[in-house]
Design a protein around this ligand. Structure first.
Ligand code: NAD
Length: 484
């Protein structure tokens, strides 16, 4: 089963065909959109085992992780969209002031047109079909370009998509960077890209040629900020699970822990216990631990492990033949260590020791804004989670100006923040998901996905009978006319 790339010369015609379908208005009726969404649901439901097999071949992703990270969340999202689509797609009436009382103003929800969705390899189903849900719901036509790196899944999607979805409206195109660059020369009405920031820049540059809007779902170093009062056994279990899920190849995986020395020592006691609970005594033999996706990705991380000045406290075992790197915790990592330069995107978890929480906040703020931050503390004042009703917000307001009050959320910036847990926000359908600054532009999931592929077209109607009231706006202007 090999992945065949789409002939590049055929790409402009595919885009043109989809544009024709869009102009024919066939994708606009809600009944059509719902029928296609139901078909997408069936694609996922009827082929779940084939999907699990394909993603397992691509990166040995355990079945449970494929279920949680690929199929169930995507199916749930379809159900949620089907429930709400009538409301979301309805035109919104806009209240007008006295000066416009004879006008009727509305915002129409119109599909943006023909869109391109470029997926990533680490969750090759969820990150391609997830955005497609939004495109179908909004009434767009779409090209899906899966990552060539997850080739087994790409081959499966190539077989399944035409079986379930209307081929005149939704097409799959294959290729690596070169082919994608050619595809990007075509004009789209929206480009939705998931992947690294460096490629994200070239996507945005290509989009600029046609003044096409973009959503960029990128990455970054998502920190776990652990307060001294956090329970180290809970932190260890939750962080170990979220970090080593899919072998650390998750855009929102905790990238590093930052805490005071006493907490580092407590975590180093609890992390081995947590790992043993998750993967047993021999991680390499565990069916629940995935592998790195390629030798290139393996080499990058293995090299970093040979160069770090930190102390490899847990793990550090590597096996190129198996693309295996054991869950690895590196303690006492300095802020300028090689592990602290770029997103790790693998099973290596550095711990950076700081003097206090302010230090941690300053460090996080000295870096690009991450996709997520994960503050852990028993004290809601430290991380500001919403235990305070609005009316007692005085504590929050005071703290905004003073980091020593320790409000992590008020004093940092990130795409999202999950307090006392990790990565699960991705699975909440109605929570917008996306980055900020270097971690991305725009967001999706649930209604946000619908909005992403929708143009809000303002409309205003002026009735003919209003003419006599409009006299005052026409020249010749006289002071008494406009009451200036
Ligand atoms: P990748 O290699 O799968 O690339 C993503 C897509 O871009 C693929 O479809 C690929 O074919 C295409 N591509 C690659 N190079 C290209 C080029 N030069 N021109 C045009 N297209 C090109 O994925 P990756 O970049 O290795 O992904 C890893 C990064 O993605 C990490 O930084 C991770 O955090 C981020 N990511 C973000 C999210 C999110 O939802 N925010 C999800 C997954 C991954």
């Amino acid at each position: 089963m090999t992945l065949t790339y789409t002939v590049t010369e055929a790409m402009p015609q595919i885009v043109e065909d989809l544009r024709k379908t869009f102009r024919s208005n066939v994708t606009k009726p809600l009944s059509y959109r719902k029928a296609q969404l139901k078909q997408l649901y069936l694609l996922l439901d009827e082929n779940e085992n084939l999907i699990f097999d394909a993603v397992h071949k691509d990166g040995r992703k355990p079945r449970a992780e494929a279920w949680l990270g690929e199929t169930v969340i995507t199916k749930e999202e379809i159900v949620e969209v089907l429930k709400n689509l009538d409301n979301w797609a309805a035109s919104e009436y806009v209240k007008v002031g006295m000066g416009h009382m004879l006008n009727s103003c509305h915002v129409r929800k119109e599909p943006v047109g023909t869109v391109l969705i470029i997926g990533s390899w680490n969750y090759p189903i969820a990150l391609l079909l997830g955005p497609l849900i939004g495109a179908i719901a909004a009434g767009c036509t779409a090209i899906c370009k899966p990552s060539e790196i997850a080739s087994h899944t790409a081959v499966l999607l190539d077989e399944l998509l035409p079986k379930y979805l209307d081929q005149s409206a939704y097409r799959i195109v294959h290729g690596g960077p070169e082919e994608t660059a050619i595809l990007l020369k075509c004009k789209f009405d929206h480009i939705f890209y998931t992947g690294s920031g460096s490629v994200g820049k070239s996507i945005m540059a290509a989009a600029a040629n046609h003044l096409t809007r973009v959503t960029l779902e990128l990455g970054g170093k998502s920190p776990v900020i652990v307060g001294n009062d956090a329970d180290p056994s809970i932190v260890a279990k939750r962080v170990a699970w979220g970090k080593f899920f899919n072998c650390g190849q998750t855009c929102i995986a905790p990238d590093y822990i930052i805490c005071e020395r006493s907490m580092q020592e407590a975590l180093l006691k609890h992390l081995p216990m947590a790992l043993k609970e998750l993967y047993g005594g021999d991680v390499k033999e565990s069916p629940d631990y995935a592998r790195l996706v390629s030798s290139k990705h393996f080499d990058r991380l293995a090299n970093m492990l040979t160069q770090t000045q930190g102390r490899v406290a847990i793990g550090g075992e590597t096996d190129l033949k198996e693309l295996y790197i054991s869950p690895t915790i590196v303690a006492d990592v300095s802020k300028d260590d090689i592990l602290m330069q770029d997103e790790l995107f693998g099973p290596v978890l550095p711990i950076v020791v700081v003097d206090n929480l302010d230090d941690a906040i300053d460090y996080v703020n000295s870096k690009d804004s991450p996709l997520t931050i994960y503050p852990f503390s028993k004290n809601s004042k430290t991380i500001e989670y919403s235990e305070f009703p609005e009316s007692t917000g005085s504590i929050i307001i005071r703290a905004v100006t003073n980091t020593s009050d320790g409000l992590v959320l008020e004093n940092t910036r990130s795409g999202a923040a999950v307090t006392n847990d990790v990565i699960m926000h991705f699975s909440v359908t109605n929570l917008p998901f996306g980055g900020v600054g270097a971690s991305g532009i725009g967001s999706y999931h649930g209604k946000k996905s619908f909005d992403t592929f929708t143009h809000e077209r303002s409309t205003m109607n002026t009735p003919y009978y209003a003419e006599k009231f409009l006299e005052i706006r026409y020249p010749p202007y006289k002071e008494n006319k406009l009451k200036m």
